[in-house]
Design a protein around this ligand. Structure first.
Ligand code: SAH
Length: 373
């Protein structure tokens, strides 16, 4: 059997692995053992999994593999931020993930797609077009690589937080992302608390509704505008799912769960969405949702059509929204010298087909959502 035909066990979360082991005539507890080897100890060679019998190891050797993407480049910023460029399938497709060390935590920003279909006008990933969804294996591999390289360097905790805020729209790659976040939170894998794993969305409303049924991780929403007129322009998916639908979906994600809170993201674009009027409108809009607001100073990239708001403008905006009782922080840009800041992740890939076609397809791909609208 060639490697191509083998089952890549990195694609399977615990329940997937249990079914896999039962399917090859083994006991389901093997799933937990395998997860501990792969995700906790960083061992990908079946031969070294010494609590499995020789015959099982041989069976796995013949039928399965643990296939991690190749690391093309690792870049380190002077502020400690690191960026991995991962080659995902031996062609020109690559995606980026970014490690952001802070005093109390180490966050990994993970990609979910090669490119993106949503075409937000201020995002450099959008400029690259769309190629394909990442598999569960390619998503969890980003955490595997970053976490185990930290551990090997003697860092004791490794990655403590994950944000699905790299390239792509996680909720347009629903099943693969949910299986991957499952593994992130699984006690036999990375055991991250659901509060420390965040899925960020530009507002794929039907998928947000579905998400609340299948996972408990945190939700961040890229709002970026206080009204539909502005949002229609800068976040085009708003034309399909306007703000009132988006906020209704936010409500249903948190209603009935005391511990849930939405993080709203708001990119500060000079002269577009940053006036005091905009701040007033925004504060009104989100005042009845348990939330916090992250203001993201726009990160520039070549040929960008926007500029970042002035510091005074951002401060004034933040002060106003805070004064209305909404916890508001201005996110510090990290890793700018290696183009690792929000919206600067471009990877390298070919847009093999027309974005609009893929966009329609991906919307339909969100299982069972076809008839939602
Ligand atoms: N598609 C998802 C996750 C990806 S991006 C989403 O939209 O939420 C993570 C965040 O960075 C999003 O809020 C995104 O809108 C923002 N962003 C994109 N480009 C940016 C830029 N050039 N400067 C600052 N933030 C940007």
């Amino acid at each position: 059997m060639s490697d191509f035909e083998k089952t890549n066990l990195l694609n399977l979360n615990r329940s997937g692995l249990e079914s896999y082991f039962i399917g090859i005539g083994e006991k389901s507890f093997r799933a937990k053992q395998l997860m501990q080897w792969v995700h906790q100890r960083g061992v990908t060679d079946f031969e070294k999994m010494t609590d499995m019998s020789k015959s099982l190891r041989e069976k796995l050797q013949a039928k399965a593999c643990i296939d991690l993407p190749n690391v093309d480049v690792i870049q380190k910023s002077k502020d400690g931020t690191r960026k991995w460029l991962l080659n995902v399938d031996g062609t020109e497709n690559s995606v980026e993930c970014v490690l952001i060390p802070e005093k109390m935590r180490t966050t990994l920003c993970i990609s979910s797609q090669v490119g993106c279909t949503l075409n937000c006008t201020f995002c450099s990933t959008a400029k690259q077009g769309f190629n394909r969804n990442l598999t569960t294996a390619e998503i969890i591999a980003q955490l595997h690589l970053a976490h185990h390289s930290l551990l090997q360097e003697g860092n004791e905790r490794g990655i403590t937080n994950v944000v699905m805020m790299g390239m792509g729209e996680p909720l347009m790659n629903f099943d693969a992302v949910i299986a991957a976040v499952d593994m992130m939170c699984d006690d036999y894998a990375y055991a991250l608390s659901k509060r420390r794993v965040t899925i960020s969305t530009a507002g794929v409303v039907p998928a947000m509704e579905k998400m609340s049924q299948v996972t408990d991780v945190s939700l961040a929403v890229s709002l970026h505008a206080p009204n539909d007129a502005i949002r229609d322009e800068i976040v085009p998916i708003n034309r399909k799912y306007p703000i009132h639908q988006l906020l209704a979906a936010c409500h249903s994600y948190i209603d009935g769960y005391k511990s849930r809170k939405i993080t709203f993201e708001y990119v500060m674009l000079k002269g577009i969405n940053d006036s005091l009027e905009n701040a007033k409108e925004l504060a009104k809009l989100i005042s009845d949702i348990p939330c916090k607001l992250n203001l993201i100073p726009f990160n520039p990239y070549p040929h960008a059509i926007y500029e970042c708001s002035d510091k005074e403008t951002i401060d004034r905006f933040r002060a106003y929204v805070s004064s209305k009782g909404i916890i508001t922080v201005t996110r510090r840009a990290r890793g700018e010298d290696i183009d690792a800041a929000c919206g600067q992740l471009a990877g390298q890939f070919k847009d093999r087909s027309r974005r609009s076609q893929k966009y329609q397809l991906s919307l339909q791909d969100i299982g069972g959502l076809k008839n939602a609208h």
